[in-house]
Design a protein around this ligand. Structure first.
Ligand SMILES: [Zn+2]
Length: 331
């Protein structure tokens, strides 16, 4: 019995060991291989999403509020009348047909000219309002009510408030048309390049369109045509040694532009931008830099110089020579 019980015990042990061994193998197998009917995890097919839109510096146009329009009309004779200058709404007490026709020509073509001249496209459509005052008194009253406008200016642009205001009192159609094109270009600058351009660039671009505009609309850029008076003043300043360097101009903070008693900042900006647009070598690089600004790159004079690939002193020498030479190019 004892022998039999030992054999039974041995048999029992063998069965238990075999069971444990098999069970262990099964468990190991279960852990190391996925069960046949478990769904295999798959990577979901890539959804064809559109690429994110590139960031743009340009801001959408603002519309003038009803309160601003009411204030402007209250400063016009007979509350003015409403017209259109292309996409812009015009409120005016001017009745001079040639001036109204010039406004229509300029407003209609401005976006296309801007894009062709600077190689950057404004965001969205123009929505702003033009207030054109026949009398200086009305212009001054309205601009004073809007605040922060220095007296004596013939025009002002307020992109955030959605308007430009102009004084036509006693001024030739050619002059008012050029000022209108200049001020409207400030609005387009905002739609194409944003609202924190350095002053030299904002003014220079506005002049690069305004100084080529007149009663017949916006013309081509050619030499010093339309900017002769500024060029004469700048040439005088160069002769007197009173004009600062280009490096100084392009490095000025917004509050530093045109702040000294004898300043050539406006003239130098107009002539510098025109020179950059007309120089066969620099024009492409300057437009490349404008495109960088349009794609929301922050302005930096160092980055500008990197793209222009010319030393500031060399640019000073070439600009001065061009201006002193009346816009005729000499190496
Ligand atoms: Zn301006």
């Amino acid at each position: 019995m004892k022998k039999l019980s030992v054999v039974r015990t041995l048999l029992a042990l063998a069965v238990v060991s075999l069971w444990t061994l098999l069970n262990g193998c099964v468990r190991w197998q279960a852990e190391s291989e996925p069960a046949g009917d478990t769904p295999v995890k798959t990577v979901p097919p890539a959804v064809d999403r559109p690429a994110p839109a590139p960031r743009l510096a340009g801001r959408r146009a603002n519309r003038a509020s009803g309160a601003v329009i009411a204030r402007a009309r209250a400063a016009m004779r007979s509350a003015g009348s409403q017209h259109r200058c292309g996409p812009y709404r015009l409120w005016t007490d001017v009745t001079d047909p040639p001036l109204l026709a010039a406004c229509e020509r300029i407003g209609t073509r401005l976006d296309a000219v801007y894009q062709a001249r600077f190689s950057v496209a404004p965001v969205g459509e123009a929505q702003e309002t033009i207030f054109l005052f026949a009398h200086g008194e009305g212009y001054r009253r309205f601009t004073a009510e809007q605040g922060s406008v220095r007296a004596g200016y013939a025009g002002v642009a307020r992109g955030t408030q959605g308007f430009v205001a102009l004084n036509a009192d006693g001024l030739a159609v050619e002059t008012v048309a050029a000022t209108l094109a200049h001020e409207l270009t400030h609005l387009v600058n905002r739609r194409a390049l944003g609202s924190d351009l350095p002053r030299w660039l904002a003014e220079g671009l506005a002049d690069a369109i305004g100084d080529s505009a007149g009663g017949q609309g916006i013309g081509e850029l050619s030499g010093l045509s339309g900017v002769e008076e500024e060029a004469r003043r700048l040439a005088w300043g160069y002769g007197e040694g009173k004009v600062g360097s280009v490096e100084r101009l392009v490095g000025l903070g917004r509050g530093e532009f045109d702040r000294v008693v004898v300043s050539f900042d406006y003239e130098q900006s107009a002539l510098l931008v025109r020179y950059l647009l007309l120089d066969p070598e620099l024009a492409t690089r300057f437009r490349d830099y404008l495109r960088q600004l349009a794609s929301d790159q922050r302005y930096s004079s160092r980055a500008l110089q990197g793209v222009l690939a010319v030393r500031w002193e060399e640019l000073d020498r070439r600009l001065r020579q061009w201006v002193m030479d009346g816009g005729n190019r000499r190496g």
